[in-house]
Write a protein that binds this ligand. Structure first.
Ligand code: ZN
Length: 143
């Protein structure tokens, strides 16, 4: 990805994050935090009939973590939980410099060089850990 464009997308999502706010009691709430950074984000995820209907987030976080969460909400809302998990897997492979499907990651490709800053990798993957927790919680409630 073009470095200028990458920077612009990250800054845009940091300065004007989408889906910022809090969910209602219908949402599954999870906390994600990163001891090596200021990141401490609460995520609210609304899943209905195996589809992610909505995601909201609130809290304090660095530019990378905030931008990553904002982008993630845009990409995952409307997806089935299986497609969301496939997305998360691709994203984590990208961060770990393994083979991944850049086609499905859309705007999340802006973190394709974050591996060069080892201490930022956790910031970028933080919201994805939260989504996986929420999906596990949803599945355990259904059983
Ligand atoms: Zn951070």
């Amino acid at each position: 990805m073009d470095p200028e464009l990458r920077r612009e997308i990250i800054l845009d999502n940091y300065n004007s994050p989408v889906n910022k706010g809090q969910g209602t009691s219908e949402y599954i709430k999870v906390n994600t935090n990163n001891s090596s950074c200021i990141d401490n984000i609460d995520l609210w995820i609304l899943i209905d009939n195996n589809i992610i209907k909505d995601i909201k987030f609130d809290g304090e976080a660095c530019a990378i973590s905030t931008a990553s969460t904002s982008i993630m909400t845009k990409e995952l809302i409307g997806k089935s939980i299986d497609d969301a998990l496939t997305f998360v897997e691709s994203f984590e492979c990208m961060i770990d410099e393994k083979e991944y499907d850049s086609e499905i990651l859309n705007e999340a490709n802006v973190f394709d060089e974050i591996y060069k800053q080892a201490n930022r990798k956790t910031c970028a993957t933080l919201p994805y850990k939260g989504i996986v927790k929420a999906i596990e919680e949803y599945r355990s409630r259904k059983e």
